[in-house]
Design a protein around this ligand. Structure first.
Ligand SMILES: Cc1cc2nc3c(=O)[nH]c(=O)nc-3n(C[C@H](O)[C@H](O)[C@H](O)COP(=O)(O)OP(=O)(O)OC[C@H]3O[C@@H](n4cnc5c(N)ncnc54)[C@H](O)[C@@H]3O)c2cc1C
Length: 434
């Protein structure tokens, strides 16, 4: 029986493997049996569809190549032109296109390592998971419409990426988007894609005096505003034509308290990460979204951006909110992500209801998948976009952070480590060793 099946070969799924590689633990894990199932023909994920900049520094992507004992295939990336290109962004924000090329290169190296152990299943779709009575996990896969195949392991990591979140509750005052006659809706996942930005450019060109309404006040909302302003058609927008309607002010990242105060940003003690002293290390806006916020709010040394305004949604009346939404040339909901899931059945063939299926957070302690009733499954783990892992105090992060930790660096470091250790604790248990 395999030790672990990793379902999804994006940055999330690769995270525990990259962590193990950095610690020199990957060869032994491979000897115990790993399978990676990925429906694309490459490892590295899906970030290439986005037409914006990363909000992580280029240096954070290169960090995983620094460990001394890396397998040769990963060491070779240090000399690759894509690493040199990324190094040019060591202290700035690379385009996600470059991050995608870098992650694919990392994926190619990982594929080489996995291929030596027949552990790689590219072009293969995972269809379902079954939990056997004896504690084993069975993942059913298909490839090219062929017959179903089953892989059996002691544990599985589900890393299928995210799906745009659509909250069940109202926007405000009992008003939901479904109550409004929206002229054109484009969720942030689409708006930030290369094709979506082209479409947005056409919509802005035809907007006339109609507002462009962005719903939400977090990373995606400010990234969308910044991306729209970069479009050629945005030159014709009037002051306050792009409106960000938010429930609360976003939190902003700063390298330390002094930098925040110099930017006239009020810092509460709970905003500071005790491990790094950074302000809003986990939940703060970074990169271009952060610069957008700085421009809108007129921070020192910024050029004011009059075309965008951020308004508290609660400051409007119900009628004003409806009128704005209905008048908008385009409404862009930016409500974040939840984990993509696949059907999981118990030993009796009953489908299990997961918290993630009901738009809840996908994982609990040790990144184990949560059922809808909050119970954690012993040997099924989740990682990646939308999984909602809550960092324990030992990993740092600001105490005020109550959101999701969606970060490639965390997948390859703290969260990857947590999953690796939990999987290996299971393997050390007598039932697995037997
Ligand atoms: C617009 C945007 C910008 C972001 N920017 C950053 C950033 O700058 N820095 C940062 O750290 N994080 C960023 N993130 C957050 C997160 O780190 C990335 O989204 C990251 O790519 C998530 O990796 P993932 O593996 O969860 O998802 P994905 O990259 O989507 O990978 C999931 C993989 O699973 C595969 N898969 C899905 N279903 C199946 C199936 N049934 N069978 C087999 N394979 C399957 C897919 O083909 C895919 O390869 C960003 C997110 C978004 C949406």
């Amino acid at each position: 029986m395999l030790s672990t099946i990793i379902v999804g070969g994006g940055p999330g799924g690769l995270g525990p493997l990259v962590w193990a590689a950095q610690q020199g633990l990957l060869p032994d894990w491979l000897k115990r049996g790993i399978a990676v199932i990925e429906r694309q023909d490459h490892l590295g994920g899906t970030l290439g569809r986005f037409g914006i900049q990363s909000d992580s520094l280029g240096g954070s992507y290169l960090e995983c190549l620094q460990a001394a004992g890396l397998p040769q295939a990963l060491q070779a990336i240090r000399e690759d032109p894509v690493a040199a290109e990324m190094a040019c962004y060591a202290d700035s924000f690379p385009p996600l296109q470059l991050v995608d090329r870098f992650m694919r290169r990392l994926g190619t190296a990982m594929a080489e390592i996995l291929g030596e152990h027949s552990a790689l299943h590219l072009g293969t779709e995972a269809r379902s998971v079954r939990l056997r009575d004896d504690g084993a996990v069975v993942v059913e896969t298909v490839r090219d419409g062929g017959p179903a195949r089953r892989l059996v392991a002691h544990s599985a990591v589900i890393a299928l990426g995210g799906r745009p979140f659509w909250p069940a509750d109202d926007l405000a005052f009992g008003l939901s988007l479904g109550d409004c006659r929206v002229q054109y809706m484009m969720p942030s996942d689409r708006a930030l894609s290369r094709a979506g930005l082209e479409e947005a450019n056409r919509l802005l060109g035809r907007a006339g005096g109609r507002p462009v309404v962005i719903l939400g006040g977090s990373h995606s909302a400010y990234s969308v505003a910044g991306a729209l302003l970069d479009l050629p058609a945005a030159a014709g927008l009037s002051p306050r034509q792009i409106l960000i309607l938010q429930r609360r002010e976003p939190r902003i990242f700063y390298p330390d308290r002094a930098a925040a105060l110099a930017d006239r940003y009020d810092v509460e003690p709970g905003d500071i990460c005790p491990r790094t002293q950074r302000v809003n290390r986990m939940g703060g806006l970074r990169g271009y979204g952060r610069e957008m916020w700085r421009q809108i709010t007129g921070r020192p040394r910024t050029t004011p951006e009059p075309r965008v305004a951020a308004l508290p949604i609660g400051g409007l009346s119900r009628d004003e909110l409806r009128q704005l939404i209905e008048a908008a040339a385009v409404v862009i909901p930016c409500f974040g992500y939840r984990s993509a899931t696949l059907p999981v059945f118990d030993a009796n063939g009953r489908r299990l209801a997961f918290s993630a299926d009901q738009d809840g957070i996908a994982v609990g302690q040790d990144s184990r998948l949560l059922l809808a009733d909050g119970t954690a499954l012993g040997n099924l783990f989740g990682i990646g976009l939308g999984s909602g892992y809550r960092l324990p105090a030992s990993m740092g992060g600001e105490p005020n952070f109550d959101g999701q930790a969606n970060s490639l660096w965390l997948y390859q470091n703290d969260i990857g480590a947590v999953i690796y250790r939990a999987i290996h604790d299971l393997l050390a248990a007598p039932a697995a060793a037997a």
